[in-house]
Structure formats: structure tokens, C-alpha cells
Design a protein around this ligand. Structure first.
Ligand SMILES: Nc1ncnc2c1ncn2[C@@H]1O[C@H](COP(=O)(O)OP(=O)(O)O)[C@@H](O)[C@H]1O
Ligand SMILES: [Mg+2]
Ligand SMILES: [Zn+2]
Length: 457
């Protein structure tokens, strides 16, 4: 096969390819992420030349299944996010900002799995930290005696040749951006390098049937490829989120061939490492102070789990010609919609007001079911009237101002009851057969935003 050397321009954020350099990526909209790379047109991808073709076999849909048992990591939150344990032969990309806790989590997972009765072989390969650094972390986490096999290496050919001879059950590559494959001929961390290295490692994981973890740093800028360029190649993508100032860490499945997406695992970063959080609602509400206007508690669902979070709004007369809208933890487009509905259908004057919205605790919420809670927080701040501290709220808002039913209302109410809440504002349109089970909660069913506004009068 003739190797074709070409110069191409890759966006390091999303992996888009361009024939010429340009300042902004058309695909993901990032600036200064496009970098020249010599590419031996994805060596790993096309080894067509010089090979005899074979017939492929077709089989019926209904045949014997060959699914080996999942490996339970012993870290419940990780098991939950991965869909009930790790599937042998699967590849899991763990992405997140530097310093968020990826290495910590994977070292803890390795130690926990290596300690299982069957003593699965776990390999932790660090391309980033020296052996001593990893050992110091292991000591701090109280895992120094775990039978994890540790190496510091970056040459993927060496790694593959070595792991191929083992009976590995779990292999961690920390991080994929530090790995290097000579054949790929571009600099370590570039899109072609990262993809070529991942491709070869994935091939080995599939062949040998071990679980492969690839750590990928989210990069803000520059010439290091981000984890997004690998998302299509792996089975599962987990992102580790959290705010610097908070100790909460959320592990979120954004893609999973072996389980539900949008499932989250909640951890708390402590001296001794990442601790599982048994009751995230209590954690997220811990810093809440009652009787303050602009605050309300949203009864949400993340994945399969109910989660109560505080939503805070601050509304005040603007000093600008165009009022400011700033959002942390929610979709800014969705906020604009809620504001427009409150103005047009509810008659509130918000066009002269700055609006700040914050999801307390650093959580990111994507559910439309939070609309009503957001509206409530805004009205509460605008009118400077606090809502009852023992009340939760959920519901989706439609463009005509109607409040729509949302999924799993009873699960939300049950969680609220469990945490001692006494009442709830909920959508009206539940029919007879879809009875709401409020338990001890007093339910206020409302049908449109005007009713919500009246609540404060
Ligand atoms: N001595 C320490 N005591 C407590 N926490 C620490 C200590 N050293 C590091 N950490 C925590 O661990 C985090 C680093 O986590 P790490 O797993 O290395 O992140 P990543 O691999 O995602 O870059 C730091 O941001 C800090 O919160
Ligand atoms: Mg690390
Ligand atoms: Zn891009």
C-alpha cells in the first residue's frame, strides 16, 4: 500500500477537516482551533490495499447471544452511569476539564476492581504523571496496597505489544492526548495522533475483551485535540462535570451503547478521593436558606433518579440599553422563551429588567420540566415575595402560556415527600387514570402562567 502524505487542517475541538487554514471552525464555531497536520490519511482507518477479500457471513437476527457478565466496579455511582457495570470489551471515554478528578476516579475504580474475588488484572497506564505522582495519589486515597499494575508510558506500539500478552480485564489510558504512535507521523495530541492511537487501542480491547478506559482532557484552545474527536469511536462517553468552587462532581453519560444516556453519578471530592453521594437532593439543597425571594426548589429527574435542586433568579432594573440575561446551569435560549411567555401571556414587564439565573450547586439542568420553577423564581424575585420554603415545583411551559405535564410526576413528588417538603405546584392536565400520588404533600395544580402569577398576589 502506498502511504499518501497530505497536509490537512484539523479542528482540534471537533475534528472537522479543512483543505486550508481558517480562523474559525464552521462546524463547532470555535476560534483558533484549526491546526495543520500531516496525515497519512488515517493509517488505522484504511488498510485496504494488498489484502485478499473474504466473503462475509450473514446470520439471522434471532441467534444465540454472547454477552459476558458485566464487571461491577464496586463504585455504585460509576456502575449506575455505565448502565449497571462495565461490559467486557467495551471502550469508555472519560472526558472533563483538567483537575476535575478523572485520574482519581479511574485509580479508585481500578483499585476496587482489582480487589474483587476473581482478582481481575487491572492496568493503569499514565502518560501524564510520573510513577511517583501516581503512587502519592494512591497513598493519599488509601489504595497503595491495591493490586493494580502501574506503568508510565506513551508509546502505543509498546503498550499494545505488552498488554497483548496479558490477561487484562481493565486497562486505563491516562490520557489519550499523551499517547503516541510513530506511524501516525503527526505531533502527540493532534487529531490524527489521538484518533490513530485510540483506534489501535480499541482494536486490541475488542480482540482481547478487556474494558478500555480512555481519559480525554477537555481543551479550551490550542493544538491539543479534545475528547469530542473520539466520541464516535467509543461505546460509552462519560463527562465529568463540576464547578471549581464546589466539591460536587457529576459523572454524566452522554453516549452509551450499553445503557441509558443522561444517567448521572454524583460524587463529592474529598481528601480521601471521590465519595459516592447517596442522597444527592439533600446535598444540593444543603446550602439553601429559606424565606428568600427569587429562590425555589425544582423537583427534577436526572436519568432514572429524582433530584431536587434550588433554582435562583435575580431580577433588577437594568442600567443598560439592552437588559442583561445571564444563565449558569441552564439553557439561555430556554430562559428567553420563559421570559417571553411571562411578558406576552402573563403581562409582566421584564424588558427593562436584568435577569440572572443560577442552578445552585453547579449542576447543569436540561429538562424542560424546569420551566415552571424558573418562571417561579423570576416572578418571586420580581415581586420580592418569597415562596414557601417547604414547596417544590415542576412543569413545562408552552408558548401559549399553558403548563404542560411532564414525565414521572409521582417519582418527583415521592422524593420531595422523602425530604420533608409539604406542598407542590404541579401541572393541571393529569387525567383520571394518571392520578398524582402526592402522599402527604398538598398539591396545587395550575394550568397556565397567569395562575402562577396570581399565586403571588
Ligand atoms: N492533597 C490533596 N488533597 C485533597 N485533594 C486533592 C489533593 N491533591 C489533589 N486533590 C484534588 O484532586 C484533583 C485532581 O484530580 P485529578 O484526578 O488529578 O484530575 P484530572 O485527572 O481530571 O486532571 C484536584 O483538583 C484536587 O481537587
Ligand atoms: Mg489526570
Ligand atoms: Zn470545530
Amino acid at each position: 500500500m502506498v502511504k499518501k502524505n497530505t497536509i490537512q487542517y484539523f479542528c482540534q475541538s471537533c475534528g472537522s477537516v479543512y483543505p486550508k487554514w481558517q480562523g474559525k471552525c464552521d462546524e463547532c464555531g470555535e476560534w483558533n482551533t484549526i491546526v495543520e497536520e500531516k496525515s497519512t490519511i488515517a493509517e488505522g482507518y484504511s488498510k485496504l490495499g494488498g489484502k485478499f477479500v473474504e466473503q462475509i457471513d450473514f446470520v439471522p437476527l434471532n441467534g444465540n447471544l454472547n454477552n459476558p457478565a458485566r464487571i461491577t466496579t464496586g463504585i455504585k455511582e460509576l456502575d449506575r452511569v455505565s448502565g449497571g457495570g462495565l461490559v467486557p470489551g467495551s471502550v469508555i471515554l472519560v472526558g472533563g476539564d483538567p483537575g476535575i478528578g478523572k485520574s482519581t476516579l479511574l485509580l479508585q475504580a481500578c483499585a476496587s476492581i482489582a480487589g474483587l474475588p476473581q482478582q481481575p488484572e487491572c492496568y493503569y497506564i499514565s502518560g501524564e504523571e510520573a510513577l511517583d505522582q501516581v503512587r502519592i495519589r494512591a497513598r493519599r486515597l488509601g489504595l497503595a496496597d491495591a493490586p493494580v499494575k502501574l506503568a508510565s508510558a506513551t508509546d502505543v506500539e509498546n503498550i499494545i505489544a505488552t498488554i497483548d500478552k496479558t490477561n487484562a480485564k481493565v486497562v486505563v489510558i491516562d490520557s489519550i492526548q499523551t499517547m503516541y504512535l510513530e506511524a501516525a507521523e503527526s505531533t502527540p495530541g493532534s487529531v490524527s495522533q489521538v484518533r490513530a492511537c485510540a483506534y489501535e487501542l480499541i482494536k486490541l480491547a475488542k480482540k482481547k475483551g478487556f474494558v478500555l478506559f480512555l481519559v480525554g482532557h477537555v481543551t479550551k484552545q490550542g493544538s491539543i485535540a479534545g475528547p469530542r474527536v473520539l466520541e464516535h469511536m467509543v461505546d460509552t462517553v462519560l463527562y465529568f462535570e463540576g464547578e471549581r468552587g464546589h466539591q460536587f462532581r457529576i459523572l454524566r453519560a452522554v453516549k452509551n451503547r450499553y445503557g441509558a444516556t443522561d444517567e448521572i453519578g454524583v460524587f463529592e471530592m474529598q481528601d480521601k478521593g471521590l465519595m459516592e453521594v447517596e442522597n444527592p437532593s439533600a446535598l444540593f439543597l444543603a446550602e439553601r436558606r429559606g424565606n428568600i425571594s427569587g429562590s425555589c426548589v425544582f423537583a427534577g429527574i436526572e436519568g432514572s433518579r429524582p433530584l431536587l435542586v434550588e433554582i435562583q433568579a435575580l431580577v433588577g432594573l437594568t442600567g443598560y440599553s439592552a437588559p442583561k440575561r445571564a444563565v449558569v446551569g441552564w439553557d439561555s435560549g430556554r430562559l428567553s422563551m420563559v421570559l417571553a411567555v411571562l411578558e406576552t401571556r402573563g403581562g409582566l414587564n421584564l424588558s427593562s429588567q436584568d435577569v440572572y439565573l443560577n442552578i445552585a450547586g453547579g449542576l447543569k439542568i436540561t429538562e424542560p420540566a424546569a420551566d415552571l420553577a424558573v418562571a417561579m423564581a423570576i416572578i418571586s424575585s420580581l415581586t420580592n415575595k418569597p415562596m414557601p420554603a417547604d414547596m417544590v415545583i415542576f412543569g413545562e411551559i408552552g408558548l401559549s402560556g399553558e403548563i404542560r405535564a411532564v414525565s414521572q410526576p409521582n417519582l418527583r413528588l415521592k422524593e420531595a415527600g422523602k425530604l420533608g417538603f409539604k406542598s407542590a405546584i404541579v401541572p393541571l392536565n393529569h387525567t383520571k387514570d394518571k392520578k398524582l400520588a402526592g402522599g402527604d404533600l398538598q398539591l396545587h395544580e395550575i394550568g397556565n402562567v397567569q395562575k402562577l402569577i396570581n399565586w403571588f398576589n
